[in-house]
Design a protein around this ligand. Structure first.
Ligand code: NDP
Ligand code: GUE
Length: 341
């Protein structure tokens, strides 16, 4: 069976028409995910199936909420996530707010420290050290980017690897790159991309993949994860002479270049699966906020050729937060240990 036949979801038109009735996030018995059930429909020729990241993330959050309830019942303890924000970037504030909200919804304890833009590197390191030593904190996230005067690497290196739920510590990325080793944590956005592929039934073994972007936090770990699944991966970066030509050969395309709609529809191999990581705000007077979000892929054009594609918003973004919760839960389970009988 071709990969085009294996990924199924609602078409753009079906999705636009779907009412967004969302059940509350109460711990529920693990039913077969709704996103997967939707995927059981036959594919429509010429129209890409939409991989509904928002729905899949909601399914995962429900699974996590159930596990948290069980952990609490067994140990009396809840997973704890600490988020450190330096400065007052609007986008960072929004992300941190949604992370805290997601923590509350699944029953985590959330800790937060907001430091002013002019906080010193030492102040940030002190906050990290305090959370490293706090047994109620199982995961620590320092929101990026940090202000210019702070050495990002030094701060990320200071996070205890047992609490590095972002997976940005060099030891975690290094382990991901080495055969026969497993990192304690895999970065949330890359892990979310793979989870979307897995939950959409996309086979990776023996397929060709193109990753557009090679950053430490997205492109590089995505490429490593795809390779670990036995895909043959080519990475594209700003010095690649012909990005389009590389992408045209790929069964799976992951776009993470931070350039609005750079990956054009005619770059997509017919039947390919497209994961669009990009989040770009473009001015739009008609939008409520004065801007709208677009991905790194020309969504409309790519829909004409792809067998399946993630939208922006509602694709990878919600998965990043779901994977952060998943990493924190895994970390908490390791750190709390088995309940004493
Ligand atoms: N959905 C989510 O949860 C998240 C979304 N994002 C989004 O993902 C995107 C990527 O983020 P991030 O990795 O942090 O970005 P970076 O800016 O750190 O990296 C961008 C990468 O894309 C490459 N690139 C830039 N321009 C081109 C080009 N013209 N052709 C080919 N490659 C190019 C760069 O190459 P080079 O190395 O040569 O400079 C670099 O490797 C952004 O849109 C960001 O907003 C990021 C994190 C989470
Ligand atoms: N230490 C650290 N870890 C991160 O994981 C991290 C970070 N710093 N800095 C910034 C980037 C970006 N990022 C996103 C998370 C969620 C959405 C998300 O949920 N997006 C929604 C839309 C949100 C909206 O409407 O504004 C969506 O795509 O549907 C997007 C982007 C995490 N990042």
């Amino acid at each position: 069976m071709s990969m085009a036949m294996q990924t199924r979801g609602p078409s753009v038109a079906q999705r636009r028409g779907a009412a967004a009735a969302r059940p509350p996030l109460a711990p529920a018995p693990l039913a077969r995910s709704r996103a997967l059930r939707v995927c059981a429909a036959a594919p429509v020729a010429g129209a890409a199936k939409i991989i509904d990241g928002k729905q899949i993330a909601e399914d995962i959050r429900r699974e996590i909420a159930a596990e948290v309830a069980a952990l609490k019942a067994a140990t009396g303890k809840a997973p704890g996530l600490a988020v450190v924000l330096v400065g007052a970037r609007k986008d960072s504030e929004t992300y941190v707010r949604s992370k805290k909200k997601a923590c509350a919804e699944v029953g985590f304890e959330s800790f937060g420290t907001d430091l002013p833009e002019d906080a010193s590197e030492q102040e940030v390191l002190d906050v990290v050290a305090r959370y490293n030593a706090d047994p109620n904190v199982h995961g620590i996230l320092v929101q990026l980017p940090l202000p210019k005067h702070i050495d990002e690497q030094r701060v990320l290196d200071a996070i205890s690897i047992t609490k590095d739920v972002d997976g940005f510590h060099p030891q975690n990325i290094g382990s991901l790159a080495m055969r026969g080793r497993s990192p304690l944590y895999v970065s949330c956005t890359p892990k979310g991309c793979l989870e979307l592929l897995k939950r959409s039934g996309v086979e990776l073994k023996g397929k060709t993949a193109a990753v557009v972007g090679r950053s430490n936090i997205v492109g590089l770990p995505v490429a490593l994860l795809l390779q670990n699944e036995d895909a043959t991966v080519t990475m594209v970066h700003s010095r690649t002479p012909d990005a389009a030509e590389v992408v045209r050969r790929a069964d799976v395309v992951v776009a993470a270049c931070g350039r609005a709609e750079m990956v054009r529809g005619d770059w997509i191999k017919p039947g390919a699966v497209v994961i669009d990581v990009g989040i770009n705000a473009v001015d739009d007077a008609a939008a409520k906020r004065g801007y709208r979000l677009v991905g790194d892929v020309d969504f409309k054009g790519a829909c004409e050729r792809a067998s399946a594609i993630t939208p922006v918003p509602g694709g990878v973004g919600p998965m990043t937060i779901a994977m952060l919760l998943q990493n924190t839960l895994e970390g908490a389970k390791r750190q709390i240990g088995a309940p004493a009988n």
